[in-house]
Design a protein around this ligand. Structure first.
Ligand code: NAP
Length: 491
């Protein structure tokens, strides 16, 4: 989980090396790792794609499309130029087994380097890539494979893809990416929970009133209309990111920070989620779809007017869910999950609200209404803040809310390190704690599938919500039944 020099030289092969993810996230992250001395010996980055490019043209593409995504404070032209000497490009049609010999030649020239394969293509290619790597003898005991989401669109299709990957790689060699787990505050949450005695007695029913996880985006679906219309918010965000965050909050203390200990505990949480019967889906989920409206000064089209979207699409761009974890620690504590596109503001946060005082001795209303909250924000800034009440200086026992900053990332410039960088460092080091294991992913789909099926069989159409709002009003209703509200709306 920590930034440290890689133990041995490696070749990191990015399949989909000309793609959007490679340019915006992966290559800048590898540059930062290189700059930090994390590419020992003759380690290389080998990008693979179909486009006809020679090495100079690929380097020029990196200059124009990837370099601008390196944080300006970390960019150094000389280091970038040296970094490029470690970057190779191989043109392959990934469906064509014979064309992998070109990659084999490059890899076999440095037989001692460990081989790290990063699948940054659409998932329909994952099976072919793994199979062709195996057929070309390019997988050895030192090899690892990282796979991007989405891994399937339901439990069955995820199993099919996982079976294909498992035909070529052992589970201990497979690193399923959920980049939310690479974010600093998520790792800091693990440190806060298990490195301090302070929170332990509070982390349970009877102390925590409710937990909210929100991932709200201001943007719409951009140029991903075709993909998004087949996917929707539940599969795109809840099945992976939101459930993984829920697991980190709710898991029991793991035996250690090693991969399987953490993942064993996360799996127990997923298996303790209250199953979604059709009745619970009807009462505890809200589907939404944005309609045109304005964000600030700008008018934005509705979902059905976006490119690549069916004009009568029922795909949800918003989902809110109330769920419970049926175990001793969490019985009776509601967990609220919410994600949407074209929302009022971009914010990803986990809000843990503690129980209110049994009785307030203070006369003012601020004190009477106040609750303590731990707010872990992942976007737009990474932070962890504890909301408490303190005395207003000067005034006689008048109280005011204050926020204690529990996160030193600003002081350490940790915000410069993106989640992909942390995950790639762990991939190089072979640490699996922050990657999803197959049984976890299967348990997540097992919980999500009944929601998808009920929406489909009962013809649950998404409720419209205006661009720039917080989603359909019914989402507030999920909390309103208990006299609660979403955190942003109470600020
Ligand atoms: P993209 O921009 O469409 O790039 C796809 C890449 O795959 C290109 O480099 C393309 O090479 C290559 N490719 C496709 N078919 C190929 C073939 N038959 N042979 C060789 N190369 C082939 O996709 P992306 O946005 O980077 O996303 C990659 C993966 O990451 C997807 O699974 C996506 O769902 C996931 N993901 C992306 C993001 C993101 O922010 N972009 C975030 C999370 C997850 P050519 O250009 O040469 O055809």
């Amino acid at each position: 989980m920590s930034e440290q020099p890689a133990p041995q030289a490696f070749d990191l092969v990015i399949f989909g090396g000309t793609g959007d993810l490679a340019m915006r996230k992966l290559v800048p992250a590898v540059y930062n790792i290189f700059k930090n001395g994390g590419m020992p010996g003759d380690s290389r980055l080998i990008a693979v794609a179909r486009t006809e490019l020679d090495l100079d043209a690929f380097h020029a593409l990196l200059d124009s499309d990837a370099q601008k995504h390196v944080h300006p404070d970390l960019f150094d032209p000389e280091t970038w130029a040296t970094f490029l000497t470690r970057v190779d490009f191989v043109r392959i049609d990934l469906m064509d087994c014979d064309s992998y010999s070109a990659l084999g030649e490059r890899l076999n020239a440095r037989p001692d380097n460990s081989r790290l394969y990063y699948l940054s293509t659409g998932p329909r290619l994952f099976g072919a890539i793994c199979n062709n790597l195996r057929a070309n003898g390019l997988i050895n005991a030192d090899s690892r494979v990282a796979v991007e989401k989405p891994l399937g669109h339901d439990r069955e299709s995820a199993n099919e893809i996982n079976d294909l990957i498992a035909d070529a790689f052992e589970e201990s060699q497979i690193f399923r990416i959920d980049h939310y787990l690479g974010k600093e505050p998520v790792q800091n949450l693990i440190a806060l929970r298990f490195g301090n005695s302070l929170f332990e007695p509070l982390w349970r029913r009877g102390r925590i009133r409710d937990v909210q996880i929100t991932v709200a985006e201001e943007l719409g679906i951009g140029r991903r209309g075709d993909f998004y219309d087949r996917t929707g918010a539940l599969r795109d965000m809840v099945q992976n990111h939101l459930l993984q965050l829920l697991c980190i909050i709710a898991m029991e203390p793991p035996l250690s920070v090693d991969g399987d200990s953490i993942r064993d505990e996360k799996l127990k949480v997923l298996r303790s989620l209250r199953p979604m019967t059709p009745e619970r889906v009807a009462n505890n989920t809200v589907r939404g779809q944005y309609v045109s409206g304005s964000v600030g000064e700008e008018e934005a089209p509705g979902y059905l007017e976006e490119n690549g979207v069916d004009s009568d699409s029922h795909t949800e761009t918003f989902v809110a869910i109330k769920t419970s974890i049926d175990n001793w620690r969490w019985a009776g504590v509601p967990f609220y999950l919410r994600t949407g596109k074209r929302m009022q503001t971009k914010v990803s946060e986990i809000v843990i609200t503690f129980d209110s005082l049994p009785h307030s001795i203070f006369p003012d209303q601020v004190a009477k209404n106040a609750v303590n909250r731990l707010v872990i924000q992942l976007q737009p800034v990474e932070s962890i803040k504890l909301h408490i009440l303190s005395k207003k200086p000067g005034d006689a026992l008048a109280l005011k809310p204050v926020m204690l900053d529990l996160d030193l990332s600003q002081s350490y410039n940790a915000n410069y390190i993106n989640a992909y960088q942390r995950l790639l460092v762990d991939l190089v080091a072979g640490k699996q704690a922050l990657f999803m294991r197959r049984d976890e992913q299967d348990a997540a789909w097992a919980w999500i599938d009944p929601i998808i099926n009920t929406w489909r069989t009962h013809g649950v159409a998404p409720k419209p919500y205006r661009v720039g709002s917080w989603g359909p009003a019914a989402s507030g209703g999920l909390l309103g039944r208990r006299g609660l509200s979403w955190h942003e709306e109470t600020l």
